[in-house]
Write a protein that binds this ligand. Structure first.
Ligand SMILES: Nc1ncnc2c1ncn2[C@@H]1O[C@H](COP(=O)(O)OP(=O)(O)OP(=O)(O)O)[C@@H](O)[C@H]1O
Ligand SMILES: [Mg+2]
Length: 407
């Protein structure tokens, strides 16, 4: 990656290799990169992905709000897939993904296991989407009854509740429709005495979904997927720059959909099929409240995949840890969620920060004085300078870009 400033030698980053070594206490190969705007986070991310290609890794950019991966994608002979209002491309975040393959040949037990994984992914996403909406200043709550309603509808729409050997993919507008036109079974399962009571009780849930379906998700994430990811290409990227005028929240919601979809697409993979899933600009999703953070958290957990087979590295990029906490709730629950999330990434790249943010990092990661000084004193003085935390070990690294890069 560049120069290890303390030893003066080259610094190599080998996430999976590290997890296999006894002298490096790493339990996962995931990376979380933090830093003030413009400190070189994305450049280091790109350099990492490009250099890992020589070792068989491919790269999936799960949302590029600034089209900043486009040059790299083009250099590698590919073209980003562009999502935006008025464009053709659709991504269904309620994808079945590769989980659907061979469903009809599964035993009851296997089908149940797969269904649990898929339904839990969908539910987490819908919770995140609904929970990112606001009533006044507060985020929309997603209670146990909402959960029953959504689960029941998902089961109905996919045909799973009918005990079928097939499962049919559904969409978010279909979920919303089904909630607006509840069947007697749905009303009963949610333990409402009448349809009227169901409609009254589910108003917030339905209104929140309505806002998403007719607003932010419209024409992007509201239908079956019609794009094809080329899994044999070195890199694939989904451009979201067309959403930039819609604001940070809209981009955050799009990222949440893509992140969940990306998880679905990588839920089944073999150890030889090695991908780096890049979630740059993650702060936009993380600022959408605790449910959005939980959704992101769940998406990072895919790395070991079904049966521990996956060879994926999750690479997340944000500005500062309080992106995870600024959900209007800096209390202990949010702190706990943030700490949990950080534990999912045993490698942290800490670029330059202001002292207040370095204190936040210290609180969550236990940096110590020397590391704090590196982050606040040395790192801000140059692009690509960062403290790399690899498990318990720290490295002071200057990323060195290829001469062709940097413009
Ligand atoms: N290691 C490096 N050496 C030289 N220049 C660099 C290095 N890393 C980044 N740069 C340059 O610094 C600028 C900002 O980098 P980059 O976009 O990666 O920052 P960022 O932290 O991702 O910013 P943002 O928070 O806005 O996304 C770019 O012009 C980039 O080419
Ligand atoms: Mg960036």
């Amino acid at each position: 990656m560049g120069i290890d400033q303390l030893s003066g030698s080259a610094f190599h980053c080998d996430p999976f290799g590290w997890t296999l070594r006894d002298d490096v206490p790493l339990t996962n190969p995931n990376i979380f990169s933090f830093g003030k705007p413009g400190t070189g986070k994305s450049a280091t991310t790109k350099a990492f992905c490009l250099r890992m290609m020589d070792f068989g890794y491919r790269t999936l950019i799960l949302g590029d709000p600034k089209d900043e991966y486009e040059a790299l994608v083009n250099y590698l002979g590919e073209v980003p897939i562009t999502l935006g209002p008025g464009l053709q491309a659709r991504v269904n975040p309620l994808t079945l993904g590769p989980m659907a393959h061979g469903w009809e040949n599964l035993t009851r037990e296997e089908a149940r296991t797969r269904a649990t994984i898929v339904f839990s992914r969908w539910l987490t996403l819908i919770r995140g989407l609904v929970g990112s909406q606001k009533i006044g200043q507060a985020r929309v709550p997603f209670g146990p009854t909402d959960e029953v309603a959504v689960k029941t509808v998902l089961a109905q729409l996919t045909g799973y509740s009918a005990g079928a050997t097939k499962i049919v993919e559904t969409t978010i507008p279909a979920v919303w429709n089904a909630l607006n036109n509840p069947t007697p079974e749905l009303v009963r399962d949610c333990r409402y005495p009448s349809e009227r009571d169901f409609l009254d009780g589910s108003r917030t849930l339905r209104d929140s979904l309505s806002q998403l379906v007719t607003g932010t998700l419209a024409g992007l994430f509201d239908d079956h997927t019609n794009i094809g990811i080329d899994w044999s290409a070195p890199i694939q990227s989904l451009s979201l720059s067309r959403l930039e005028p819609l604001g940070d929240e809209a981009v955050g919601i799009a990222l949440m959909c893509l992140n969940s979809w990306g998880r679905g697409m990588r839920e089944v993979s073999s150890a030889k099929d090695m991908w780096i899933s890049v979630r740059d600009e993650a702060w936009r999703q993380l600022r959408l409240g605790p449910e959005a953070v939980k959704s992101f958290d769940a998406d990072l957990r895919v790395s070991r995949g079904v049966g521990g087979q996956s060879g994926d590295i999750q690479f997340a990029v944000a500005h500062k840890p309080s992106d995870l906490l600024s959900a209007g709730d800096t209390g202990s629950q949010a702190q706990a969620i943030a700490k949990d999330l950080l534990h999912l990434c045993d490698i942290k790249i800490l670029h330059g920060q202001k002292p207040a943010v370095a204190n936040e990092l210290d609180m969550l990661l236990g940096l110590g004085q020397m590391s704090r000084d590196i982050i606040t004193g040395w790192a801000p003085q140059g692009k690509g300078r960062a403290l790399w935390q690899v498990g318990e070990q720290n490295y002071k690294v200057q990323t060195v870009l290829h001469p062709l890069n940097g413009h």
